[in-house]
Design a protein around this ligand. Structure first.
Ligand SMILES: [Zn+2]
Length: 148
C-alpha cells in the first residue's frame, strides 16, 4: 500500500489555531478531569477505510487529542470531534454512550485552498467511562442540591 499523503486534519489545524484542549495540553487528565478509565470504540466508514471496517479502541493514553483522524485522503480539516462528545458525557455524568457522527472535514486540494464538498466519512462510536471516586459530586448534582 502506498503511503498516505500528509493532509491537514482537524487535529493539525486545531494545534495551529486553538487552545481548547486546555492550553494545548496532551494530558487527558488535565483536559478532561475526573475519569478513571475510558474506552472509545470507533468504527469509521467511507473513503480510505479498509473494508470491512473494524472498530478501533482508544484508551485514555491514546485520547490526548480533540479529534480522531479521518481516513479519507481527500479530506481537509476532518476528523471526529471526540473530545467534545466526551466533555458532554462527563457533564451529564453518562457512563455509556453510543452514536454516530459525520466527519467535520471538507474534500479539497491538499492545502485546503479548493473545497469540493463535505467529507462523507462517518464514525460510529461507543464510549464507556468509569469515573473517579472523589469527583462524585458533579456541578449538575450540586445544582440539584441547591434547589432543595
Ligand atoms: Zn473526513
Amino acid at each position: 500500500m502506498k503511503k498516505m499523503k500528509k493532509r491537514q486534519s482537524a487535529q493539525d489545524i486545531f494545534h495551529e489555531t486553538n487552545f481548547l484542549f486546555k492550553e494545548k495540553t496532551t494530558d487527558f487528565d488535565k483536559a478532561i478531569p475526573g475519569i478513571a478509565e475510558i474506552f472509545v470504540d470507533v468504527k469509521e466508514t467511507g473513503d480510505g477505510v479498509n473494508y470491512p471496517p473494524h472498530s478501533i479502541r482508544y484508551t485514555k493514553g491514546f485520547l490526548n487529542r480533540e479529534y480522531l483522524p479521518c481516513s479519507n485522503e481527500q479530506c481537509y480539516g476532518g476528523g471526529l470531534a471526540i473530545a467534545d462528545i466526551i466533555r458532554e458525557m462527563v457533564y451529564d455524568r453518562k457512563t455509556i454512550l453510543e452514536g454516530s457522527a459525520r466527519c467535520i472535514g471538507k474534500e479539497g486540494s491538499p492545502k485546503g485552498r479548493r473545497i469540493y464538498g463535505s467529507c462523507y466519512n462517518e464514525f460510529e462510536y461507543k464510549i464507556q467511562i468509569k469515573y473517579k471516586q472523589q469527583n462524585q459530586a458533579t456541578s449538575a448534582e450540586k445544582k440539584d442540591e441547591e434547589k432543595k
